[in-house]
Every structure is written in structure tokens, then in C-alpha cells.
Design a protein around this ligand. Structure first.
Ligand code: UGA
Length: 439
């Protein structure tokens, strides 16, 4: 089988490469010539564990191709995936669909034979219908279907999520389209992966509902962690205690500085707007959005509160800048709120992130004179008043505490991801602050 994937961003590149690994012939198309030139050589623009190797392997085995010409790529393709960006539109929080519609128009102009056009980008409910209308208007002779096939890929473990998913959701009630997509996902039948066929609108909503539910779990445990601090309870045990109930589940109950990334903040907001438009407001998700925003904004106060107040300018070490480990993605990262607020409070920062430094530098240009970019965690801790763990990279989980103690001016650790055992850190002579654990 041959397919085309339009858009070589995160979703398009991972999906295209994984389909190639399944044995399908995949052409990934992007207008960005420079990007395509690099991709052809196996140079990938994002950091995602395992992706570069898989891209190179499938290029070599001649199943994965990159090009800028959509028309050529469509020749013989049975499925055309739209995997372009849907950023939050400025001003109103709605998903910006201009790239999706532009892709639909291009496909309509160039497609000659039947294909199922599949929306993989996260799109508001009703977009599939709109894409269908656009294609029909431009190319009325064309035989085609439009399906929704949302992605559930986490950055940092996207390949595993694609190859071993909990489920695949296919929004199409058309038999021909279903058969093509069934064939594409056939390798997953061996793993007995549930494949759920739904109405197109249902599939579109499943994506937003899943992300909003996960965001709700995080906001919930973050608020519970605040209460734990007040009443002297331990949030880690609360997470285990409730998570062991099969109806609740133990995942996504880790408190932290607030969720970030390119999905949860954008998708919760988009769902809230859709619900408002349909006059069926989702008050609960509105609260989640608000709770998370406030949490990110308030984190710097927690850091400042942990450091003794004297007149000197504080030096604070920051470990981790990306919104989660194993990515270089800075989008909506809590560090984007915390770092400017600390700088405005007259702190000097020594920062380190294993993969995100390049991206982070672009975001903090304005604050560069107050930031020292370090090569590792130890360099970042030199002479500092407090060390803040902002992202739970594995590299930070077993730091040499003796070495840290000698390097730091004040032995204060503020662990916003609860990666250390409070007792152990205290026994090593540190003052330790974490989330929702009062010991
Ligand atoms: C998320 C979903 O998990 C994917 O299923 C979905 O496909 C993807 O969005 C998307 O819509 O494309 P991702 O944003 O890559 O994936 O990362 P997550 O692992 O879900 O983490 C999101 C944020 O929540 C991070 O800031 C993370 O630190 C935070 N988080 C996560 C917590 O604070 N606590 C937790 O227990 C879990």
C-alpha cells in the first residue's frame, strides 16, 4: 500500500515513519524545502528518542520518501493524511484551521483517483465535514472519503505510543475508507489493539475529551497537593491510594508545576471554546484551564519563599526547561512563566537542560543578561542559593549530593517534580522543598 502524509511536523513525521516501519510505502510532503532537503538525508528537526534511527532505516529500505511536490506524491496513494499544525488562534483560543483547509484545497486540486483523506491533526468537531465540503466543491468528480484518526502520541515516547497504542480510533462510517485504514493498521491486530470505529464527529471529540480528562487529572492532583501541604498529608501516597482503585487508575496523578506542551493547554482551551459556541459550556474544563494557568504563574513565589530573605541578589539554579523530559519542546513549559518572574524579582539564574537549551535560548533572549547557560547540573549549581528541579529528566534523579553541597552557597533544593526522597535529601544536609509532601 502507498500513502501520503501532508506535514512533517511532530505528528506527521512520527506517523509517516511508523507506517513505513509497518511496511507501507510512505511519502511525507512539506512545503519547507530546507526541511525536506534535510529529512532526505535523515536529519530530523526535533528531538524524539529513536526517531532519527527509524527515519534513516526506512529511507534506506526505500519505504519512506520526502518531497515538496504534493501532486506527484498523491499518485497511487490510497490514504492521504493531513498532519499539519493547528495552533491556538491569537485572541480567541480557537484552533487555527487555515493550514488544514489549505492542505484540503491542495489535495482536492491534485488528487485523481479514490483515496481516503484522513485528519490526523487535532481539529475541532466538524472539521472533517468542512474538509469534505471543500474537496467536493473544488473537485466534484472525485471519489473520496474523509475520516478522522486522532493521534495519542506523547512527546518523548511517541514511537512506542504509535507502535503499541492503547487503542486506535477511526472516525468513518464508510466501509471502503474503513477497509483501507484497517489494512494500514493491520500489524496492530497481532497485538490485539482495540480498533474503534465511530462517527467522524465522535472521533474528533474523543481526542479533545481524552486530553481534557488527562489535564483534569493533573489539575486535580495539583490542587490536592496544595491541600496536603496544609493538612500535613503526603500527596504521593494519596496518588497511590486513589490510583489503585481501578476506576481511577494510577497514571497522570503526579503533581508538578502545571501541565504544558503543545497539546493539553491548546486542546483544553479549544474544547472550552467549542462548548461555548454550541451553548453547552464545560465549566469543569474552564476551571481546569484556570487552575493550571494560576499554578504555573504562582510557582516562582514558592521558590522565593524557600530562600531566606536578605539583601543580596539571589542566584538560583534551574534544572530542566522543557515542558517534560525527553523532548526539546518548550511550548507552554512552566519554565516560561517561572524564569521571567524570577528575573523580575532580581534573581540571577544558572540553567541547564539536557536537550532544550537551544530552544530555550530563543524564548529567553530578553532575559539573557541574567541567565548563565551551563553545561551540566553541577555547573548550574555553582555558588547558588537554591537549586530548582523543574523537569524530571533522568539525569537529575541521582545527582551526587556531596558534590552539590560543596558547590552550592546555600544547601536548598526545591523539587517541583518530587523525584527525590525527602528523608534521604535531608539526611544529606539539605533543606528540601517538594510538592504536597510536608515532611
Ligand atoms: C499529550 C497526551 O498524553 C497524548 O496522548 C496526546 O496524543 C498528546 O498530548 C497530543 O495531543 O498530541 P504530551 O503533551 O506529549 O502528550 O505529554 P504528556 O506526557 O501527556 O504531558 C503533558 C504535560 O502534563 C507535561 O507538562 C507533564 O509534565 C504534565 N504531567 C503529566 C503532569 O504534570 N503530571 C502527570 O502525572 C502527567
Amino acid at each position: 500500500m502507498k500513502i501520503t502524509v501532508v506535514g512533517t511536523g511532530y505528528v506527521g513525521l512520527v506517523s509517516g515513519t511508523c507506517f513505513a516501519e509497518f511496511g507501507v510505502n510512505v511519502v511525507c510532503v512539506d512545503k519547507d524545502r530546507e526541511k525536506i532537503k534535510k529529512l532526505k538525508k535523515g536529519i530530523i528537526p526535533i528531538f524524539e528518542p529513536g526517531l532519527e534511527e527509524l527515519v534513516k532505516k526506512n529511507i534506506k529500505e526505500k519505504r519512506l520518501f520526502f518531497q515538496t511536490n504534493l501532486s506527484e506524491s498523491l499518485n497511487g496513494s490510497e490514504a492521504v493524511f493531513i498532519a499539519v499544525g493547528t495552533p491556538s488562534r491569537r485572541g480567541d483560543g480557537h484552533a487555527d484551521l487555515s493550514y488544514v483547509y489549505a492542505a484540503a484545497k491542495e489535495i482536492a486540486k491534485n488528487l485523481k483517483n479514490y483515496a481516503v483523506i484522513v485528519n490526523k491533526s487535532t481539529v475541532p468537531i466538524g472539521t472533517g465535514k468542512e474538509v469534505h465540503k471543500i474537496i467536493e466543491e473544488i473537485n466534484p468528480q472525485l471519489e473520496f472519503d474523509v475520516a478522522s484518526n486522532p493521534e495519542f502520541l506523547r512527546e518523548g515516547s511517541a514511537i512506542n505510543d504509535f507502535m503499541r497504542p492503547d487503542r486506535v480510533v477511526i472516525g468513518s462510517e464508510n466501509q471502503r475508507a474503513q477497509n483501507i485504514l484497517k489494512e494500514l493498521y493491520r500489524p496492530l491486530y497481532l497485538l490485539e489493539t482495540p480498533i474503534l470505529f465511530t462517527k467522524r464527529e465522535t472521533a474528533e471529540l474523543i481526542k479533545y475529551a481524552a486530553n481534557s480528562f488527562l489535564a483534569t487529572k493533573i489539575a486535580f492532583i495539583n490542587e490536592i497537593s496544595d491541600l496536603c501541604e496544609k493538612v500535613g498529608a503526603n500527596v504521593s501516597d494519596v496518588s497511590i491510594g486513589i490510583g489503585l482503585d481501578g476506576r481511577i487508575g494510577k497514571k497522570f496523578l503526579h503533581p508538578g508545576p502545571g501541565y504544558g506542551g503543545s497539546c493539553f493547554p491548546k486542546d483544553t482551551l479549544a474544547l472550552v471554546k467549542t462548548a461555548q459556541d454550541y451553548k453547552s459550556p464545560l465549566k469543569l474544563i474552564e476551571q481546569v484551564v484556570d487552575s493550571n494557568k494560576k499554578r504555573k504563574r504562582s510557582m516562582y513565589r514558592r521558590i522565593l519563599k524557600a530562600i531566606p530573605k536578605d539583601n543580596s541578589n539571589k542566584i538560583i539554579s534551574i534544572l530542566g526547561l522543557t515542558f517534560k523530559p525527553n523532548t526539546d519542546d518548550m511550548r507552554d513549559s512552566p519554565s516560561l512563566d517561572i524564569i521571567p518572574s524570577l528575573v523580575k524579582s532580581n534573581c540571577k539564574l544558572r540553567v541547564f537542560d539536557p536537550e532544550g537549551m537551544l530552544e530555550a535560548k530563543k524564548n529567553f533572549l530578553k532575559y539573557d543578561s541574567k541567565i548563565t547557560w551551563c553545561k551540566n547540573a553541577y555547573e548550574a549549581s555553582e555558588n547558588s542559593d537554591a537549586l530548582v528541579i523543574l523537569t524530571e529528566w533522568n539525569q537529575f534523579r541521582a545527582l551526587d549530593l556531596n558534590k552539590l553541597k560543596k558547590l552550592m552557597k546555600r544547601q536548598i533544593i526545591i523539587d517541583l517534580r518530587n523525584i527525590y526522597n525527602p528523608r534521604e535529601i535531608k539526611e544529606n544536609g539539605f533543606e528540601y522543598h517538594s510538592i504536597g509532601r510536608s515532611i
